[in-house]
Design a protein around this ligand. Sequence first.
Ligand SMILES: [Zn+2]
Length: 531
Amino acid sequence: MEMKGMTKNILIYDTTLRDGTQGEHINLSAEDKIRIAQRLDDIGFHYIEGGWPGSNPKDARFFNMVKKYPFKTSRLTAFGSTRRPQIRPEKDPSIEAILEAETATVTVFGKSWDIHATEILGVSLDENLAMIEDTLLYLKDRGKEVVYDAEHFFDGFKRNPEYTMKTINAAINGGADMVILCDTNGGILPHEVQDIMMEVMPSISLPVGIHVHNDGGLALANSMVAIRNGATIVQGTINGYGERCGNVDLISVIGNLQLKMGYQCLPEENLRHLTELSRFVSDVANVSPNNQRPFTGESAFAHKAGVHVSAIQKNPSAYEHLDPERIGNRRRVLVSDLSGKSNIEFKTREMDIRLGGNGYDSKRIVNEIKLLEDKGYQFEAAEGSLELLIKKVTGQFKEPFSLESFRVTIEKDQTGPSSSQATIKISVGDEEEITAAEGDGPVNALDNALRKALNSFFPQISEMKLVDFKVRVIEGTDGTGAKVRVNIESMDAQEVWSTVGVSENIIEASWQALVDSIQYKLLKDKKEQGK
Ligand SMILES: [Zn+2]
């Protein structure tokens, strides 16, 4: 069913920098916010809500700094509340702070729910209406485009529809350019959004937007229903960051609206940057990316079961809701003990490795992986180690160096911090090298000693660094003690790769992962040179 006269252009309004930072563990400096805002601008977001300058000095600093970075497409907005009770807007310092941000657009929120006016703010219902209208009149008078956020609109409407609509009329009379209906508590249901919007849309003469939280897990559904009922602006955040369970994830909104329903949100060619954007924002916010995030997650297009893998090689739509490349993600085939020959064949093609023997090589690789997985290895999150393994099994890899021996010592006395030293002996071709190094801990000391030993042979390893180190205890089988699996993530300027090691001894497991990490780096640099 298509709605009559429905516009197909949707304005995307990002509030990652303001509402998103209300999320637990989300902290963005003013500099971080500039970096994120520039990305959003590059991709073509229509509005970027930069912060609440009246509420904290960091946001005020951001608005000051951002003046040096004019945007190509996005309009920056400064957020704030309606004036305080019983004072004129021009006497309210927080409204002054909004104006000092010097943005062409400002966003003001007001109370739509009667009990929020009377019980929370402690003002009369009439004073609340006056606060909305006065504030907007004042800001319009200063030449601003004004976005009005109707806080708790849906909850308010459910309890006192008449008063809630009076607050909307106050915003219209104040000269609002658009009205955003908010589900601030995040508990509204899609059919309620539908019913309420069908009732109110005819009496709101302005463009209408939607702002929802995800407390019922329905933020995306509610945003989509609102759009289907005539909303043309959608507020949300990247990755759904936000208070409690978060805001709606704008990337999922855009993915569904534009790739499945024919709405126009962003320039089509920019959708390919959305996966990168999602990961960039999680990096800057220092929150580990959610692998299962729809559209952009690392696992969003990952296939594990052998039958699925052989099916997607015939036709990807057999197990994918859309082509991952349209959103900048990629199809992945996971290699694990569930996998058969088709996974290996897919993987080796992706790695540009040729297999011989008419299926003989892939069978040998599958067997080797099964053997190692039985010992506790996992290759799904260790693609660097997997590539080395495949090349070793098929005789396409010669180890660039080998270990003769290492020794690690750890010292600690009563008061001081512990210290670690490592001594290492390796051979490269006919040459031997012995080095020693210190480190914060034994693995760090070992890493330092290994790099020192290899440095004169392979200077390029100074370009790589370890970015993550994870240890997991795994159950021992057949009466052996517990083992640990170490996963190391490394990066250089071009790539991030991960490697794995397993042993009863954490130092030994770390060593395996470290060696794989360096060997992978040398291997990939050789491949680059060969190109
Ligand atoms: Zn919100």
